[in-house]
Write a protein of this length. Sequence first.
Length: 169
Amino acid sequence: MNRVTDSTPWYRQPLVWMLIMLPATVVVASFITLYLAIHSDDGLVEDDYYQRGKEINRVLDRDHAAQRYGLRAQVTLDVPGGRVAVQLDASKTATAATPEHLNLKLLHATRAGLDEDVTLVRIPDGRYQGMLPALAPGRWYLQLAASDWRLTGELQVPADSVAVLAPNP
């Protein structure tokens, strides 16, 4: 009986490396998935749906109030200067609708972890100004609000630097 033996060491066999690479690839992919899960914020699930539903009615009342006041706003982003300016226009007499401070929410379209809140202060010429945080490229939804009204709009960063906000219909 004649037996043929292969004198090549195991680490020079291509079939052995193919068998090792399959589990190694899975291990590397699992570490990549773990890194993405830890370092990306996908937002939280809402716990109290009933409370959220009641808040929606309050938001709708704020949209209707903005329509009654005839409010519109133009938001101008000065990215290099790190400032945001808002020109608020009311088609009807609405002194109650122009408070000393406004709240501008910058909501990223897909990543809630990037959302920003900016407090705007009225300056002597009637406009509002505040500090602009660094914004990631992409689509952003804007909400300009006072205690009793709200305006909404959207813009694309970095392509747009001006957005017109209006009440939701």
